[in-house]
Ligand binder design. Sequence first.
Ligand code: C5P
Length: 397
Amino acid sequence: MLTDKRILLILTGGIAAYKGLDLIRRLRERGAHVTPVLTRAAEQFVTPLSVAALAGHKVYRDLFDLTDEAEMGHIQLSRSADLVLVAPATADIMAKMVQGRADDLPSTLLLATDTPVMIAPAMNVRMWDHPATRRNLAQLRADGVTVVGPNKGDMACGEFGPGRMSEPLEIVDAVAAHFGPRPLTGKRVLVTSGPTHEPIDPVRYIANRSSGAQGTALGRALVGLGAEVIFVTGPADVAPPDGVQVVPVQTAQQMRDAVVAALPVDAAIFAAAVADWRVASASTQKLKKSKDGLPVLEFAENPDILAHVAQMSEGRPRLVVGFAAETHDVQVHATAKRLRKGCDWIMANDVSPETGIMGGSENAVTLISDEGAETWPRMSKTDVARQLAERVAAALA
Ligand code: C5P
């Protein structure tokens, strides 16, 4: 899908540079030609030799390498690619790009290029959140740079938060999206994602362990295929993807309202882990300990958003997809659920704790449709998302 695309890959100095090695492999697997460029700092994390070996190409490092200037000047190098990809992109290279500085080979290439530029930022969470980086990010976007990630998670520095470089496959998706084909162009797709929070009182709530990882991966894959994505999300750990219209909600009832307001859509995919029940009369004041005993919570049933949309007599999306998280007899329950809810497909998965799927990076799903059950091999949530997005595109074609 990236056959003969020429990628000028600039690796800058951060621990995420090690993922750059896998990125090179993944890009080449898809047929791209990778010309690698290393900053001096990047060489502290990965060796030019391993980069050259994986890329199957000479590594460019120095602005004043006269042999290179004789063979190929930096201007020509910067323009000989279909895409300039900076991964990982440190806070420093982002600042340099904003300022238009050109004091080494990578920054000079970035200033001289007339080809599209994509960056995958990676840095400590405080650096990412710093107002200077926020400003630089906004400016880079305004300058037409495509930004992939970063993700939220554990960081090499021991902190947690946004700043982890996107996974190589996510970056490959973004690169593929850049080049097309984009079969979902002109299609509107709704995705629900994340958990819901059902209040007990103003400070307490009932939640579940959904991280929003699968929904985010799905949103990204759909955007990658050109869809306009309305992303209705509960309070998830994983940030929504770039390029979607985010509608943040807390409760199932708010999610239902946001979903109904987003219609009509061509396809609706319900990846959210919606709480089945809410506290019937959530207290408007914080519940206090009392000598009279423990509080008794009464529950009320939440609206089934998927069933509501799947059973609409007018304005039903052409394709309605649900997820079924089960802990046993997955296929039997999911097959019954598809019929009960009236959706077209169910993506069934086993979320029993030993699978590590809930909150993890992998998923093992069975797609259940009126044609039967199709079990996919265990794969990353990114790959599940990509395959599902392609199936959605085929169904809407
Ligand atoms: O019934 P169950 O919760 O297992 O169904 C899972 C599917 O239904 C998921 O696609 C989920 O997003 C959707 N759902 C919903 N509204 C609810 C409960 C589940 O949209 N109240």
